[in-house]
Every structure is written in C-alpha cells, then in structure tokens.
Design a protein around this ligand. Structure first.
Ligand code: SF4
Length: 222
C-alpha cells in the first residue's frame, strides 16, 4: 500500500467530528428522491487523482448528494459538472464526465483534496471540524509535494494560510490571485464551482478555464 492509499484508508473510517458523522449518515439514510435506489457512500470522502500530481485542488467539503453519495470528490453533482469539463479542456482529466467511482475517469498531474472530508450541514463546517480534518490535508501535501495549490473558495484559502502560518495581510482571496509561500508552493485562488457561483455568473466557464491555464503557467515557474 502506498502512503497515499494508507492515508485514504484512514480518512474513510474517521469519526473525529460527531456532528458531521451524524449528518453524513443521516443524508445517506434519507437520500434525495432521485437517488432513492442508490446506496450512498455516507463516509468521509478521500482524496482523488494522480499520485504524482504537481497541482493540488483544495475544495471545501463533500456535496450532500454528490460525493457523499458517490464517494469520490466532486462526483455526481453540479459542482463536479462544472469542474471536470474544465479539467478535461485543460488536459488534467481524461474525460469530462464524473458520475460514479467506476466511470473510468482518471486525472493527470492533478489531485483533489478538501478542507473537510465529511458533508457539513448547510455546507458550513465549524472551525473545530476544519481543525480536526487539517492533518489529512497536511499529510497529503507532505506526500504529494505539489508545486501549485488551487484553493476553491475562501475557506480553502484560509485553511492553507493557517496551515502555513501565513499572516501577511497582502495574502487576500480574489479570483485568479496567485501567491508564493516561503516553502515555494504557489497558491492560486478561484471561486468555488458551486451552483451559487456558476448559476449567478459569478464564476463563468471562461473565468474557470483561465484558472487552469494559470495553474499550468505556474508549473513552468518551478
Ligand atoms: S470532517 Fe475530517 S476529521 Fe471530521 S470526521 Fe470527517 S474526516 Fe474526520
């Protein structure tokens, strides 16, 4: 078993946050009408992607009827329906469709993690829950040693700053903003591809495509 596989096997049995354990199981039991016949994953969602990735995506947390249902990051909901086609266009994914863990999708040079691995009520993990989950992200970064960390949304960005004890006030979240940490990692900020952003036009296809172009440019800055 590789270090990454070992880490993922630990993540999927985690019970550190009682509120989230109860919620992920409740969502999996009640289900959405459209998925009544499916067995929900209902556990923490592990990282997914290329173990040799130089680009790491840090999302927020699993979607209730997306990855909490399918067991794979951004799989089976509208956020993934916006993310994976963009990754496909950029050459980071070998197909634009992500519907289940067995759909054949593979990622190249990219790995997907999250600030919290369990679905939170109202998409809002507490500070304590984020702190509980942070060691998993730290270990992923230690193992992968990514060159570029793409933070999808303010919470992911704040988590990375906290992880690296960055207190520089010039590090502010803005779509497309890039910063280099003392460690050499590049941070790239993007709005999260949630429906709240994509349906309102806050995040357009072009804006999102530009993020992945920028990620590739940052890889050339090694
Ligand atoms: S959010 Fe993270 S730390 Fe909390 S129970 Fe889920 S996997 Fe464990």
């Amino acid at each position: 078993m590789t270090e990454l596989e070992k880490l993922n096997s630990e993540i999927i049995v985690c019970h550190k946050c009682p509120r989230l354990v109860a919620w992920r199981e409740e969502v999996a039991r009640v289900k959405r009408r459209a998925y009544k016949d499916q067995e929900y994953w209902g556990k923490p969602v592990p990282g997914f992607g290329d173990p040799n990735a130089r680009v790491l995506i840090v999302g927020l947390a699993p979607g209730a009827h997306g990855s909490n249902r399918t067991g794979r990051a951004f799989t089976g909901d509208a956020s993934g329906g916006f993310l994976y086609p963009a990754l496909y266009r950029a050459g980071f994914a070998d197909q634009p469709i992500a519907v289940s863990r067995s759909d054949g999708l593979t990622l190249k040079d990219l790995y997907i993690a999250a600030a919290a691995r369990c679905v939170p009520p109202d998409n809002k993990p507490t500070l304590e829950e984020l702190n509980n989950c942070q060691p998993y992200l730290e270990r992923e970064i230690q193992i992968l040693k990514p060159k570029v960390i793409v933070c999808l949304g303010r919470i992911a960005f704040a988590r990375i700053l906290r992880m690296y004890s960055v207190r520089n006030p010039s590090f502010k979240f803005a779509h497309g903003a890039t910063y280099q940490l003392m460690t050499g990692h590049w941070l790239l900020c993007s709005y999260h591809p949630s429906q709240q952003n994509t349906l309102t036009g806050k995040l357009t296809v072009k804006m999102f495509d530009d993020i992945w172009v920028k990620a590739k440019e940052l890889l050339l800055n090694e």
